[in-house]
Write a protein that binds this ligand. Structure first.
Ligand SMILES: NC(=O)C1=CN([C@@H]2O[C@H](COP(=O)(O)OP(=O)(O)OC[C@H]3O[C@@H](n4cnc5c(N)ncnc54)[C@H](OP(=O)(O)O)[C@@H]3O)[C@@H](O)[C@H]2O)[C@@H](O)CC1
Ligand SMILES: Nc1ncnc2c1ncn2[C@@H]1O[C@H](COP(=O)(O)OP(=O)(O)O)[C@@H](O)[C@H]1O
Ligand SMILES: [Mg+2]
Length: 273
């Protein structure tokens, strides 16, 4: 297990080219947020937009539209009960699952419509639904962001066994496509195709609902714009998420997900060369 350092941020976060435009920084589609869990997609979207994604669209329950727009007029919306095929096709990155409830139909359709060149991030309820329904993974560039119980449901590796790197690696390799696995916990681990990393940053002030939704949105934003290295963009997003929390925790008892998102632009500015 390699310990990541802040060097990953200098490697990944680049100064923006003068002649670039919003299309340069990627199109992200977020699918999630039932009427009960609208906050989850709002937090996804806040993180993706603040990380610098060029264009962000949220496919969600219509009852969430007004709340989303009052937090984030930068995001576009679409009713997730419509046919999303065209929206999926137009995206560089699709993030599905945060607050998705029991909408297995949306997971199935997304897995069917996604193309191999596209990035698919699977989070939250979508991971639980895949485990329950034993769905096959699509052949896209796949990122899974489970917490430890979600990973136990998916892989059969119990939370106690997850302390052993080899068990997680074996389970990851047994999937028909080898996803990049972000195994969230205190000092989150990331399993790429050939290596395992651990972040040395982050703490219990992050133990608040929505913290993982924010991380998933940051991974979407980073992978949408820093296309040169897919796995390094993920490593940088995971590192930045907890490093920002550490900085905020110097003056706060807890670090709110929305405060982390608000701090992303200033944090990234410091590392852009
Ligand atoms: N504002 C919103 O809209 C919000 C919407 N949300 C959305 O809700 C959906 C459900 O997500 P979920 O994570 O809350 O529920 P679930 O998948 O049942 O897991 C919880 C079970 O696992 C156990 N557990 C063991 N280890 C664990 C660990 N390391 N980390 C976490 N849990 C651990 C845990 O044990 P316990 O806490 O009881 O000890 C419990 O038994 C999802 O789509 C998410 O995006 C949330 O983001 C909140 C804000
Ligand atoms: N004690 C802790 N130390 C460091 N990070 C933590 C701690 N507790 C939670 N986190 C982080 O908070 C996030 C929780 O994710 P998740 O459980 O999916 O939240 P949610 O679904 O409510 O958004 C993960 O990034 C995890 O690493
Ligand atoms: Mg979660």
């Amino acid at each position: 297990m390699k310990t990541l350092t802040e060097d990953i941020l200098y490697r990944v976060i680049k100064k923006r080219a003068k002649d670039s435009h919003k299309g340069t920084y990627g199109r992200v589609l977020i699918i999630g947020g039932t009427a009960q869990f609208g906050g989850a997609v709002i937090m996804n979207a806040l993180a993706a937009v603040n990380s610098g994604a060029g264009l962000v669209t949220v496919a969600t329950d219509p009852s969430n539209f007004t709340a989303l727009h009052s937090h984030l007029p930068e995001a576009m919306v679409v009713d997730f009960n419509e046919d999303l095929t065209e929206y999926i096709k137009k995206s560089d990155v699709v993030l599905i699952g945060s607050g998705l409830g029991d909408r297995i139909d949306l997971v199935q359709h997304t897995f069917y419509a996604i193309l191999p060149r596209q990035i698919l991030i699977v989070d939250g309820s979508a991971l639980t639904l895949v485990a329950e329904h034993k769905l096959k993974w699509p052949k896209s560039r796949l990122v899974l962001t489970p917490h430890q119980m979600e990973w136990q449901r998916l892989s059969g590796v119990t939370i106690n066994e997850q302390a052993f790197e080899a068990f997680n690696m074996l389970a990851q390799q047994r999937m028909n496509v080898e996803p990049i696995l972000v195994l969230k916990q205190h000092h989150t681990q990331i399993y790429t195709n050939d290596c395992a990393f651990e972040i040395p940053v982050g703490g219990p002030y992050q133990a608040t609902g929505g913290m993982g939704d924010t991380l998933a949105g940051m991974i979407a934003g980073f992978t949408a714009q820093f296309m040169l290295s897919f796995s390094e963009a993920i490593l940088a997003a995971v590192y930045a998420h907890s490093a920002i929390a550490d900085e905020l925790a110097e003056t706060r008892y807890i670090t709110l997900p929305t405060e982390i998102s608000a701090s992303i632009p200033e944090f990234m500015h410091r590392y852009s060369r």
